[in-house]
Design a protein around this ligand. Structure first.
Ligand code: AMP
Ligand code: ZN
Length: 115
């Protein structure tokens, strides 16, 4: 746990959040500034600062982020209407919290192209 990391503090119960899912590997909570009608962040309990820091022994954990996102899309009723999963890395992608997280966005028409 990194005391300077807002997501580590949320996972430890030291900062408030609207938690929607928890298991032994990941948590999911509502984004503070939603960019879509449904905007959930799926976050590993381990403090991994960015995609650049993911190691091969964490591949199952990264896969679990996606299966959790899929289940949350289903439970939020957007599995068929569609949704977008985003993970930003580094300054050009506007990563602002340096503890990896998968954005689940849905509940309305997305815009394209991205970038
Ligand atoms: P990123 O730019 O990909 O690093 O995304 C960080 C996301 O975390 C943004 O969408 C923020 O709105 C969200 N965020 C920051 N602090 C909190 C918080 N305390 N609780 C929930 N979401 C947060
Ligand atoms: Zn952290």
């Amino acid at each position: 746990m990194d005391q300077n990391c807002v997501f580590c503090r949320i996972i430890a119960g030291q900062s408030p959040s609207e938690m929607v899912y928890e298991d032994d590997q990941v948590v999911a909570f509502l984004d503070l500034n939603p960019a879509a009608p449904i905007h959930v962040l799926i976050v590993p309990r381990d403090h991994i600062p960015s995609i650049n820091h993911i190691t091969s022994d964490q591949e199952a954990l990264i896969g679990h982020l996606f299966t959790t996102a899929k289940q949350l899309a289903d439970s939020n009723g957007i599995a068929k209407s569609g949704y977008r999963l985003i993970m930003n890395s580094g300054p050009d992608a506007l990563q602002t919290v340096f503890h990896i997280h998968l954005h689940l966005l849905g509940g309305g028409q997305m815009r394209f192209p991205m970038g």
